[in-house]
Design a protein around this ligand. Structure first.
Ligand SMILES: [Zn+2]
Length: 129
């Protein structure tokens, strides 16, 4: 999930591998974007490349773990981070999946060189929002 990422450039720049058919607009979606392998759900009609790249990183994570284990891990890690940090947003930003996605969302070539299970490198990274 991601909040607040928009870009004026073409949303498909550098993303030849991401079919537009896999991007589904859900106007009532809470966050700006959400990855649900193999789909990317977006709230607004104009998702920028940064948002799409962020969600693509989550798709890769889901491909590695499987959708159900990914979301189980996501929720459990969120609860741990919620205990670790004081507020919802900081807890969310410090989930390892989000640390990896936010750290690399501006690098549109990131997924071409990313190592498998790279999110695990972000488990111990201290990175506050
Ligand atoms: Zn995210």
């Amino acid at each position: 999930m991601a909040k607040g990422h928009y870009n004026q450039e073409s949303p498909y720049f550098g993303m030849a591998k991401l079919s537009k058919k896999l991007i589904i607009r859900v106007p009532f979606l809470g966050p700006d974007g959400m990855a649900l392998f193999p789909f990317i759900l977006v709230r607004r009609p104009d998702p920028g490349p940064t948002l799409l790249n962020h969600e693509r990183i989550h798709l890769r994570q889901q491909l590695e773990l499987g959708i159900v284990p990914f979301y189980l891990w996501y929720v459990i890690e969120y609860l741990i981070r919620r205990w670790q940090y004081s507020d919802h947003y900081t807890a969310y930003r410090n989930i390892s999946f989000e640390r990896e996605a936010f750290s690399n969302e501006h690098n549109l070539q990131y997924l071409t060189t990313r190592a498998w299970f790279a999110f695990s490198r972000y488990l111990h990274t201290v990175q506050k929002a």
